[in-house]
Design a binder for this molecule. Structure first.
Ligand SMILES: [Zn+2]
Ligand SMILES: [Zn+2]
Length: 304
């Protein structure tokens, strides 16, 4: 498997430990989770069957890109695979954080029951709805549920869509949602060489250039309503916001650490969750719909 984030993530975690002061504490856990996923795919990758996908022809998809229309490729997920990966990630979570052992055990039980009722495949939408249900019905925190589900789902989607992602004419595309799967982005990057803004899909890993003065969520391009803020003393991550729709996304400024190409933004995202908290405190919501902040964190911070 040559997915970028499955190779080189160790180095990216080390780099992020230096770039983001608050990341050191959680870095070991993140590495253990990536290690577990990598090991699983190395051992079983060849035996995993890929679902048949109906893909538009090269000409058709190029035309869709020109029209800023996402292919909206959202394949169903193999329940057995999801279940195996989810259990692995939960095991590492319990090792790193024994205090939530019981909560995680409940989450795993409920997830297995849910999947067993779904048959061989399950839609992405059903899994997302189930994640939201777990947040309501169990003691699991929002940020933890977001992490567990997004890491497992993205490992499956990246693997399944990477060959298409590589040939898709994203250079013709100027839309705000992922040109391949249609998911809304949570983060992006300012490229080191020319400062161009790239957005990247948290789910399938596709990246595309997006104009700097435009909201990816509501397409608002009024300069007065768009802006960004950052943290004093650490401006590697910018919170890009839109006052029209009150959404934000995080943009990593790769010029600050002189890196091109192989930046694993999924790890930068995990290393910079304090910026999500800031965004929330400023009254903005994640345009991706991914909730990385718990209400309690917000409340505790406000009392300070
Ligand atoms: Zn995508
Ligand atoms: Zn907007």
């Amino acid at each position: 498997m040559d997915s970028l984030w499955m190779t080189g993530y160790e180095k990216e975690i080390e780099r992020c430990k230096k770039l983001y002061v608050n990341f050191s504490e959680g870095a070991g856990y993140i590495k253990a989770v990536f290690d577990a996923l990598k090991k699983y795919y190395e051992k079983h990758g060849n035996q995993l069957s890929q679902l048949e996908l109906t893909i538009p022809s090269a000409e058709e998809s190029a035309e869709m890109m020109r029209q800023d229309e996402s292919l909206n490729l959202r394949p169903d997920i193999n329940t057995a695979l999801f279940s195996e990966l989810f259990k692995l990630v939960c095991l590492e979570t319990t090792k790193a954080n024994p205090v939530i052992k019981e909560t995680i055990a409940t989450v795993v039980d409920k997830t297995i029951t849910f999947l067993s009722e779904e048959g061989e495949i399950v839609s992405l939408e059903k899994i997302k709805a189930f994640r939201d249900l777990l947040i309501k019905e169990t003691a699991i925190e929002k940020d933890m549920a977001t992490f567990l589900f997004s890491i497992v789902l993205s490992s499956i989607y990246r693997r399944q869509l990477e060959t298409i992602s590589k040939v898709l004419r994203t250079d013709l595309y100027e839309g705000g949602e992922c040109p391949l799967c249609g998911e809304k982005p949570h983060y992006g990057m300012l490229r080191n060489d020319d400062g161009a803004k790239h957005l990247e899909c948290w789910l399938c890993g596709t990246s595309w250039v997006h104009t700097r003065v435009k909201c990816p969520y509501c397409s608002n391009d009024d300069r007065e309503e768009l802006g960004y803020f950052t943290v004093e003393g650490n401006d590697i991550c910018r919170v890009n916001y839109c006052r029209n729709c009150c959404r934000y996304c995080k943009i990593i400024d790769a010029r600050k650490f002189g890196m091109d190409g192989k930046v694993i933004l999924a790890i930068h995202n995990l290393a910079s969750l304090e910026y999500d908290l800031l965004a929330r405190k400023e009254g903005f919501f994640p345009g991706s719909g991914l909730e990385w902040i718990n209400e309690e964190d917000e409340a505790i911070d406000r009392q300070d």
